[in-house]
Design a protein around this ligand. Structure first.
Ligand code: IPM
Ligand code: MN
Length: 357
């Protein structure tokens, strides 16, 4: 029997609750499709700061590097907000992404038919939206040097190399080739040199993909277009910070940030993480939506283990659970048959996985 070793980092806030549900669903799908999942749990973020005094302890990094995949919940919280930047929870995640060379962050934003009413945007603009944000994840403003701050002045640097742009662009074009064959590069080429380089490099790469339509959009316009007519997008290719912002925006088109999964890939080991944060305001109450986490687990099955059928079985279960009217609080605007807790919806999804044939 195939066996996969997963480094699980539950993290802070709602991280533990939602990760527990993802593991519940993973266990069900593993026994159904006959493979073995071995989980080892490690600390990162605030939980690690409390125990080790640092957000990414060596043992977590080592375990991640040796694993077949990292399943990660969320990190951060008020308690650690005033620490120096390199000691903050977020620094642990950024270092993990960098050390695993997880430079490509794939963030699908799909509007489920049964949820079009859950969005604050009019349903008629939403039906059929299926976007993939391909966000560069290990460079740009997040990592650029020099950076610094004193009382009078603070600065960050946006740096991109041709190589960094090439490798993420290839991933975007490969993805588009399997989808609706369109890539939109989102940038600020009217102002930023880095964006000019992005355009030049992406145009070169596009020559290898004659079937794919490439267009360009400034980030301010893209933020507007995404709300005005989200159906015009297929693959959105963009740098780190723009992708961070646009993917949160895309989540509201889908109905809730609690729905969007992601895969951070490129190195030998990928990180599979929902796009949302640790939501300290609702932590521990059993109301968080675990679907983004559960769908991230499905992405892990697909991208890290090539267990495509199992991944699709989870996706189908989530779709059917929504179709049958089960909702968590975040998506229960009009039409909930039943408002479920984190644990209840996890169990229902797991039952749907089990009974599907
Ligand atoms: C995300 C998060 C992270 C990011 C934070 C927690 C560092 O917002 O995954 O989108 O900005 O990348
Ligand atoms: Mn974010």
């Amino acid at each position: 029997m195939k066996k996969y070793n997963i480094c699980v980092i539950k993290g802070d806030g709602i991280g533990p609750e939602i990760t527990t549900e993802a593991i519940k669903v993973l266990d069900t799908v593993a026994s159904k499709f006959n493979f073995d999942l071995n989980y080892e749990h490690f600390l990162m973020g605030g939980a690690a700061i409390d125990v080790f005094g640092e957000p990414l302890p060596e043992e977590t990094l080592e375990a991640a590097m040796k694993s077949d995949a990292v399943l990660f919940g969320a990190i951060g919280g008020e308690k650690w907000d005033n620490l120096e930047r390199h000691l903050r929870p977020e620094s642990g995640l950024l270092k993990l992404r960098k050390r695993l060379n997880a430079f490509a962050n794939l963030r699908p934003a799909i509007v489920f038919d049964d949820l079009a009413e859950a969005s604050t945007i009019k349903a008629e603009a939403l039906k059929g939206v299926d976007i993939l944000v391909v966000r560069e994840l290990t460079s740009g403003l997040y990592f650029g040097e020099p950076r610094g701050k004193n009382e009078e002045k603070a600065f960050n640097t946006m740096v991109y190399t041709k190589k960094e742009i090439e490798r993420i662009s290839k991933i975007a074009f490969e993805a588009a080739a399997k989808r609706n064959k369109k890539v939109t590069l989102v940038d600020k080429a009217n102002v930023l040199e880095t964006s000019q380089l992005w355009r030049e490099v992406v145009k070169e790469i596009a020559k290898d993909y004659p079937d794919i339509v490439l267009d360009f959009m400034y980030i301010d316009n893209a933020a507007m277009q995404l709300i005005r007519d989200p159906k015009q997008f297929d693959v959105i290719l963009t740098e780190n910070l723009f992708g961070d912002i646009l993917s949160d925006e895309a989540s509201m088109i889908c109905g809730s940030i609690g729905l969007l999964p992601s895969a951070s890939i490129g190195g030998r080991v990928g990180i599979f993480e929902p796009i949302h944060g640790s939501a300290p305001d609702i932590a521990g109450q059993g109301v968080a939506n675990p679907m983004a986490m559960i769908l991230s687990a499905a992405m892990m099955l697909k991208y890290a283990f090539n267990e495509i059928e199992a991944a699709e079985c989870i996706e189908k279960a989530v779709r059917n659970v929504l179709k049958d009217g089960y909702r968590t609080a975040d998506i229960s605007r009009f039409d909930a048959k039943e408002i479920c807790s984190t644990n209840e919806i996890g169990s229902i999804i797991s039952d749907y996985v089990n009974s599907d044939d």
